[in-house]
Design a protein around this ligand. Sequence first.
Ligand code: ADP
Ligand code: MG
Length: 250
Amino acid sequence: MAVDPKISVESVSKRYAGTQGPIRALSEVSFAVQPEEFVCVVGPSGCGKTTLFRIIAGLEEASSGTIYLGDEPVDGPTTDMGVVFQEYLLFPWRTVRGNVAFGLEEQGVGKDERERRSREMIDLVGLSGFEDAYPKSLSGGMKQRVAIARALAVDPKILLMDEPFGAVDAQTRERLHDEILEIWQETRKTILFVTHDVSEAVTLADRVVVMGTNPGHIREIVEVDLPRPRERTDDVFAEHEERIRALIGE
Ligand code: ADP
Ligand code: MG
């Protein structure tokens, strides 16, 4: 099997035309995510995380700089990358199964294969038994599981997530952390996960890209060389957390 592509972010800058003059959202951001790596991008609100996420996903153009998937520049959305947003963005008129099967329908995958693949993904995210439920009857955590299953259904090489657990309660979030790590270990996807929560980043990531604000830039990339599952009460965990908090001035 071919090796999954590396994501390279090369000198990406972004300016928005604001009403009071241009807003510099990102300045010269460069880093790479290796195949099968779990990388978190962390930084305070407004430092350009969502802007960076949207540029990497091909949903927004950089003002300068380039994103590469392997050797190929990204110039629009691609099925190589599955995306999960903070807002669940499920289709309210579709069931769980219908939501998960959406991308497969778009790709013209036949009904039997669609059914098989959807069932497998629903199972993977722990929602078996809820296939026929509609989003409005699901909790926030369950909706986000559906969004993850939908992103994974088309078998992207990379999973991009922007504060996916920002809107769920703390207890559910911890369970989702265990689950996303299990999914990562099972599927060997490359994951780029954006969060403003330092503790979440240290819980999940192999490496944490720490961003600062005005304009958004990389302060440092911190390696988290701790075995999983990680304990927040562990001394080394706390050291990493403190170091990153200091870097972003928390
Ligand atoms: P974060 O996700 O880290 O909170 P964002 O990427 O959403 O940060 O925003 C970074 C900066 O860019 C902020 O100052 C924000 O107001 C500005 N910004 C984001 N999107 C737009 C837009 N579409 N038009 C103008 N300014 C924007
Ligand atoms: Mg954001």
